[in-house]
Design a protein around this ligand. Structure first.
Ligand code: AMP
Ligand code: ZN
Length: 114
């Protein structure tokens, strides 16, 4: 996807602060952090959102959650706890149409989800 921000980040065309990368996923710090730790985990294969999950293999889909957990370990929030958020579509205010998970932590997060 030529005009996809996150595809460009993955390709190195737009700079990012990389946290972790493997065969299926890429993780980097959010540019506008909502918590002391705010990392985005994206699938290397472009798919617009979780609703379009048939574009990804089970392995590619599962890899995203494994990377969320890995990133939490790497950044020292696995024990204290963290939240994984996925915005899917308009009502969820998804702004970047490349499937991604937010990993948020490093402080006590608000109890409500939205
Ligand atoms: P969402 O609203 O779920 O689509 O999340 C998109 C996220 O991408 C937001 O939290 C933005 O702050 C983040 N974002 C936008 N542009 C960049 C960028 N160039 N580098 C890192 N994060 C970005
Ligand atoms: Zn993309």
């Amino acid at each position: 996807m030529n005009d996809c921000l996150f595809c460009k980040i993955m390709a190195g065309e737009i700079p990012s602060k990389k946290v972790y990368e493997d065969e299926f996923t890429y993780a980097f710090h959010d540019i506008a952090p909502q918590a002391p730790v705010h990392v985005l985990v994206i699938s290397k294969k472009h798919t617009p959102d979780v609703a379009h999950n048939a574009d990804l293999s089970d392995q590619e889909l599962a890899a995203c959650l494994r990377t969320c957990a890995k990133v939490a370990e790497m950044l020292g929030i696995a024990e204290s706890g963290y939240r994984i958020v996925n915005n899917c579509g308009e009502d969820a205010c998804q702004t970047v149409k490349h499937m991604h998970y937010h990993v948020l932590g490093g402080e006590k997060l608000a109890a409500q989800m939205a």
